[in-house]
Every structure is written in structure tokens, then in C-alpha cells.
Design a protein around this ligand. Structure first.
Ligand SMILES: NC(=O)C1=CN([C@@H]2O[C@H](COP(=O)(O)OP(=O)(O)OC[C@H]3O[C@@H](n4cnc5c(N)ncnc54)[C@H](O)[C@@H]3O)[C@@H](O)[C@H]2O)C=CC1
Ligand SMILES: O=C([O-])CC(=O)C(=O)O
Length: 269
């Protein structure tokens, strides 16, 4: 099925959605972002966005636009409060604020809404890789899954790390969090969605060990993932370029949505 011409909307129109829009616009085989749900205060009086992206303040208005696919690139709150409505109305979704699924009630509601609407919620791979390995290897049993995330200090501004450390004054790498993926995803909703993706693909939120580091020596978002089990073992390291508009977010996360959209409209996946 050709993807070009399909009606794709986003929830949120921040750094990731804008990057996604630019990537799609550069590929004529891909659809454009035609509409976006944005917080009510951010909608101009006339709902017309850049290059004909229609901005809507209410989910019902977005759904009246008749999207064939809705891409969430907004917040945990949007996953919890907006996506159930979209799914119940039978519209497939891509989720990027995956950490929201660390809340068992939110996850159950997403599953139930998708079932009720006959729709599908797809989890984007986001800023991490190796999820295919984890998923396959988990079938034979995993002994451990360990994730370490490193970002420059300014990428942790606005997170709990900013309350515990003078981030601007850090001169050496500093561990800002150690614990499991459930706590990481909940405490760092703008930085640790990858831990939820890893947990869901592998051995769950409690058994996935997480270390988060603020490192003044780096300019990229570095993700390291290590797993071992009956299948053998693997280790992966990504050094992701951040988006210019948001140093917390890796460009790869936006690119993973391009891939999710391509896959959604493909006959062969
Ligand atoms: N899975 C992954 O690997 C990654 C996930 N993320 C997550 O993706 C999301 C988007 O990231 P960015 O675009 O960089 O963030 P951003 O902060 O630049 O943009 C998010 C936008 O969504 C809007 N928004 C939030 N809640 C909304 C709602 N309920 N309805 C409508 N609009 C809403 C905000 O006002 C903001 O404009 C964030 O939740 C982020 O944590 C980010 C990086 C990697
Ligand atoms: O984009 C990244 O490098 C990771 C990130 O923010 C997240 O997982 O929420």
C-alpha cells in the first residue's frame, strides 16, 4: 500500500513532530503530517499551522479531520488521556512517550481501548536499538538486561536531577539515577522512555536495571544496552545526535517514527 497521500496526524507539535514533518516532506513516497493536536492555548484563532498543518485543540476535532494514523509525540499525559479516545474510535496509533506504559493502569486502558476500537497501538523503537534481539531472546529466558543512558548535563534540566545537582557546574560524569525501569520511566518522563521500550521488549519494568548519567564530556545522547540469557549475550551502544530544538531528544527517535509510518502502510513488514 503506498504511504503517500495517507492522512497522518500527530499529538503534540514539538521538536520531534517538527523533525518528523521535515523528514516526511523530504520523501515524496511518504505522507505529510496534515494535522496536529496541540494544547488549547497554543492554537491560533484560525486553525492553520505551517504548510497547511491544521492545528486542533480538541481530540474530537482532530478525529473529525479523519486521520488514518495518529502519531503521539507529546507526553505521558497525552498517552494516558488522549490515546484511549483515538483508539476507541478505531484509529491506529504510534506511541513514542512509551514510559507512560510503565503505569499498569495506563497500559491496561490502552490495551482495552485498542481492543474495543479494533485499532492497534504500535510502540516506536525511539532512540534505542536492539529491541528485536530482546524480544526474540526473551522467549528462551533472559538472565539480565542492563541499560545505561548518558546525556550532557543540560539535557537533564527540568528533571529530578536538576533538583539534586547543580547541573551547569558538573565537571565529571555523575550518576543521577540507579534503579529499575519503572522508576526511571516515571521519574524521567522526558528522558527515559527508552527504558520502557527495553522493559516491554525484554524482562519487564522491575527486572530491567537502569543507570542514568549526566556527563559534561559528551555532546550526544549515549545509550548502552546489555543483555544475557539462554540465547547468549549482546551489547549495543548508540551515540545519538540530539534534535536542535530539544537536547533531551535524539534525532533517531524522530527517524524511528518515519520507519513506523512506512511500516504501517506497507504490505510487507
Ligand atoms: N521513545 C523514545 O525513545 C523517546 C521519546 N521521547 C518522548 O517523545 C515526546 C515528544 O518529544 P519532543 O517533541 O522532543 O518534546 P517537546 O517538549 O519538544 O514537544 C512536545 C510537545 O507536545 C505538547 N503536548 C504535551 N502534551 C500534550 C497533549 N496532551 N496534547 C497536545 N499536545 C501536547 C507540548 O506542548 C509540546 O509542544 C516526549 O514525551 C518525549 O519524552 C523523546 C525522545 C525519545
Ligand atoms: O531521545 C533520547 O535519547 C532518549 C529519550 O529522551 C527518552 O528515552 O525519553
Amino acid at each position: 500500500m503506498p504511504a503517500a497521500g495517507k492522512r497522518v496526524a500527530t499529538i503534540g507539535f514539538g521538536a520531534m513532530a517538527r523533525s518528523l514533518r521535515a523528514s516526511l516532506a523530504a520523501d515524496e513516497a511518504m505522507p505529510a503530517i496534515g494535522a496536529a493536536l496541540v494544547p488549547p492555548g497554543k492554537v491560533a484563532a484560525a486553525p492553520a499551522g505551517p504548510d497547511d498543518v491544521a492545528f486542533f485543540p480538541e481530540v474530537d476535532a482532530l478525529l473529525a479531520w479523519r486521520p488514518e494514523l495518529v502519531v503521539e509525540c507529546a507526553s505521558h499525559q497525552a498517552v494516558a488521556t488522549v490515546l484511549p479516545t483515538v483508539l476507541r474510535r478505531g484509529v491506529d496509533c504510534v506511541i513514542v512517550s512509551i514510559g507512560a506504559l510503565g503505569d499498569a493502569a495506563v497500559r491496561a486502558e490502552i490495551e482495552e481501548s485498542a481492543r474495543a476500537g479494533g485499532a492497534r497501538a504500535v510502540i516506536a523503537s525511539g532512540a534505542i536499538g536492539g529491541l528485536d534481539v530482546l524480544r526474540a531472546a526473551a522467549a528462551a529466558g533472559l538472565d539480565h538486561v542492563v541499560y545505561t543512558g548518558r546525556k550532557p548535563p543540560h539535557a537533564w534540566l527540568g528533571s529530578p536531577a536538576g533538583e539534586r545537582f547543580d547541573l551547569a557546574a558538573l565537571r565529571s560524569e555523575t550518576i543521577i539515577f540507579e534503579g529499575d525501569a519503572r522508576a526511571a520511566a516515571a521519574l524521567y518522563p522526558k528522558n527515559a522512555n527508552v527504558t520502557a521500550a527495553v522493559a516491554l521488549a525484554g524482562i519487564g519494568f522491575e527486572r530491567t536495571r537502569v543507570t542514568l548519567v549526566a556527563d559534561p564530556a559528551i555532546g550526544r545522547n549515549i545509550h548502552e544496552l546489555e543483555a544475557a540469557g539462554a540465547f547468549g549475550s549482546f551489547r549495543i551502544r548508540l551515540e545519538n545526535a540530539p534534535l536542535p530544538d530539544n537536547p533531551k531528544t535524539s534525532w533517531l527517535a524522530a527517524l524511528s517514527i518515519v520507519q513506523a509510518i512506512r511500516s504501517h502502510f506497507s504490505s510487507i513488514r
